[in-house]
Design a binder for this molecule. Structure first.
Ligand SMILES: Cc1cc2nc3c(=O)[nH]c(=O)nc-3n(C[C@H](O)[C@H](O)[C@H](O)COP(=O)(O)O)c2cc1C
Length: 406
């Protein structure tokens, strides 16, 4: 965190949930105010068991909000006004309970009602026992909230108050402060008036009417890029293979199954200023998909599947010519020799930039919510840290806009 960072006049609504880490939120308030932020706080009933309203009010310099049905609070500053009058909502500690309520849209107390009523960005700083964090319900809720566009900081690994070890510790106040500063950055319209085509997801290559060849791509990174481009003011067409995640807001979606269909859809969507090939397009399809279901017949052995190379969408779009987008970006998902493979892909395909990511077993990148990417161009190699896919998308869009402007 840059010591000189100012949050002058920024209005933060801090929701303090019921976890041991609530004590750290007192320090967070102090640091926010030191940097000029105006802090209002909401304490859940459980939060009140860990820090007192008096401490919170003293540190924020504002009354603490606790009760949805408090007549005086509702008249002075009602829950809707409270949820909208901030620049950013921060939930710290974000308990498993608050995450679950927010993911399900439950609004049965002041904190959860505010989270449902707000039109502002929300930053969650989860804190809980490691088993609670790894519980499938929490994993589901966090994935849902990320998809809904909520931001996360932490949790970090470490020894817990309960004596167990693992992820679940709330991030330190300075780290939360850094995320708050990032979340407050305006989403500038750097791609206003530009046309962007993004491909995303896997392709399915049919073997017969019921079977296909596929890969583990979830479409999360490509969809996040399409969403970020739209937020940056671009006119976006997303050409997506079969995925189970929702369509990004403000984007025209074209659904395809095979690599051939994806190429046709991309060609039909051109011209564009930027083409971003984030889809995991199958390199090979079945030479001759069978019209009826292949039957397992005793003694005949398994069928022999002849593969043929699929069209190379990235190479086709990169081909020099009148209709070539000004910026063509490819993705390389590799399980080894990341930089070497990415460099050779850059040369082979003729694109301007490769976003390379290691999708080896254990990285959790394919299908996961985070990504570590390397940017490879003919004159530059850059390694980015592990980031949320939404954050990777926002940063990439800023970068692409900069490259377009050159
Ligand atoms: C000593 C103690 C510590 C707790 N720490 C946490 C915690 O760190 N994270 C969490 O999600 N729940 C924790 N809980 C459970 C929550 O307080 C409980 O789920 C509560 O209903 C959360 O309410 P809220 O989400 O409205 O704040 C703790 C409970 C106790 C008794």
């Amino acid at each position: 965190m840059e010591q000189g960072l100012t949050l002058e006049g920024k209005r933060i609504l801090l929701i303090i949930g019921g976890g041991i880490a609530a004590y750290k939120s007192l320090d967070l308030i102090r640091r926010l105010r030191e940097r000029g932020a105006i802090v209002r706080a909401v304490l859940t009933a459980a939060g009140k068991q860990f820090v007192t309203p008096l401490s919170v009010a003293s540190l924020t310099g504002n009354p603490v909000h606790e009760d949805l049905f408090c007549l005086t609070e509702e008249i002075e500053m009602g829950h809707i006004e409270l949820s909208r009058s901030a620049d950013l909502l921060v939930v710290a500690p974000a308990t498993a309970d608050l995450l679950a309520k927010a993911a399900a849209g439950i609004a049965n107390d002041l904190a959860s009602t505010i989270l449902l009523a707000t039109d502002k960005r929300v930053l969650m700083a989860p804190a809980m026992n490691v088993r609670m964090w790894h519980h499938p319900a929490t994993v589901r809720n966090v994935a849902q909230l990320r998809e809904d566009g909520l931001l996360f900081v932490g949790p970090s690994d470490g020894e817990m108050a309960c004596g167990e070890y693992g992820p679940g510790r709330m991030s330190e106040p300075m780290e939360i402060l850094t995320s708050i500063a990032a979340a407050l950055q305006p989403t500038s319209q750097v791609l206003a008036g530009r046309r962007v085509i993004v491909t995303s997801g896997p392709t399915h290559e049919p073997i017969d009417p019921v079977r296909y060849i596929a890969n583990r791509s979830s479409g999360r990174q490509g969809h996040a890029i399409a969403a970020a481009a739209a937020q940056a003011g671009a006119n976006v067409t997303l050409v997506t293979g079969p995925v189970s995640i929702p369509d990004p807001v403000g984007v025209s979606v074209v659904r395809v199954e095979t690599a051939k269909e994806m190429l046709a859809a991309v060609k039909a969507s051109l011209p564009a200023d930027i083409f971003i090939g984030a889809a995991a397009v199958a390199d090979w399809g079945i030479e001759d998909p069978v019209a009826g279901k292949i039957k397992k017949e005793r003694g005949s052995g398994p069928p022999v599947l002849a593969l043929v190379e699929n069209p190379d969408i990235l190479a086709e779009v990169s081909r020099p010519g009148e209709g070539r987008p000004s910026l063509v970006v490819g993705f390389a998902a590799e399980t080894g020799n990341l930089i070497g493979h990415a460099l050779s892909k850059l040369q082979r395909k003729g694109c301007d930039l490769i976003v390379a990511n290691d999708v080896g077993p254990g990285t959790g990148v394919m299908g996961g919510s985070k990504n570590t990417v390397h940017l490879i161009s003919s004159d530059q190699q850059e390694a980015w840290p592990l980031l949320d896919k939404g954050e990777v998308a926002r940063r990439l869009i800023q970068r692409f806009a900069g490259m377009l402007g050159k």
